[in-house]
Design a protein around this ligand. Structure first.
Ligand SMILES: Nc1ncnc2c1ncn2[C@@H]1O[C@H](COP(=O)(O)OP(=O)(O)OP(=O)(O)O)[C@@H](O)[C@H]1O
Length: 239
């Protein structure tokens, strides 16, 4: 298994249990939507996957490596886009990527080549010389996704990457994330609380109160009903 493997994962903040034996797999090269209302445990899961937090129990495998036993290699397999934007707004788009590549020990022409290739994938190559500050929100997000790809990860984690964006930017970013799985073979985990970002043929994991409520193809879960209605019924949360 070289995708993402999450088994019986638990985590508590003091007495507040944020994840409760949550588990699911994402096959290599697959796109998986992780849908949960606010407070479901999505960000906690991302913090555990990136080792910002250490699980109380359970197991995580990333790109074929166990996060506990083989931390360095497991973490080297992932690219992450966190909920909060983290671009340096005073640097150009290209510099943001090159700086990040250096953190992974990649420099010189190799860094430049990788940066431009990643920007190309996200349709941002023409903006490489612009300051991040001058980009709109959607283009900043695309730059962050490109930046997460410079070290050639196998697994891409996106934590609510469309928050605060307009409909057109959201659609473009959703499509880019699908294309990265479909065309580039990345394993993609896309966390969202918005049902309209889930496509009928997406693999869909629904997380609620730290537990996996449902895991399968979205249209198999919904049948003829809209996902918003099904999701509301399962979680009692606004769509
Ligand atoms: N630092 C913390 N201390 C205490 N409780 C926390 C902390 N961070 C999160 N929680 C709680 O853990 C639970 C899961 O939160 P988490 O942020 O992982 O959910 P989420 O699905 O990412 O929600 P959101 O979309 O609002 O970020 C929630 O009940 C939240 O209040």
């Amino acid at each position: 298994m070289t995708g993402l493997c999450i088994e019986n994962l638990s985590y508590s903040y003091g007495r507040k249990q944020a994840l409760d034996s949550a588990g699911f797999d994402v096959a290599p090269g697959a796109f998986c939507a992780l849908l949960g209302p606010n407070g479901a445990g999505k960000s906690t899961l991302f913090a555990l996957l990136t080792r910002l937090l250490v699980a109380d129990g359970g197991r995580i495998g990333i790109g074929g490596f166990d996060l506990q036993a083989d931390r360095g290699r497991a973490l080297g397999q992932i690219g992450v886009v966190f909920q909060q934007p983290t671009l340096d707004l005073d640097l150009t788009v290209r510099r943001n990527l090159i700086y990040f590549a250096a953190l992974h020990g990649i420099g010189g022409r190799d860094a430049d080549r990788r940066a431009m290739a990643a920007l190309e994938r996200l349709g941002m190559a023409e903006r490489a010389g612009e300051r991040a500050r001058d980009l709109n929100g959607g283009h900043r997000r695309r730059t962050e996704i490109a930046r997460a790809l410079v070290h050639d990860p196998r697994v891409l984690l996106l934590d609510e990457p469309t928050v605060g964006l307009d409909a057109a930017s959201r659609a473009a970013i959703t499509e880019h994330a699908h294309a990265l799985a479909r065309d580039a073979g990345l394993t993609v985990l896309w966390a969202t609380h918005l049902t309209d970002e889930v496509r009928p043929d997406d693999r869909l994991v629904i997380l609620h109160k730290g537990q996996v409520l449902s895991d399968g193809i979205a249209s198999d879960l919904t049948g003829d009903r809209p996902l918003s209605e099904v999701f509301l019924g399962m979680t009692d949360a606004a769509p």
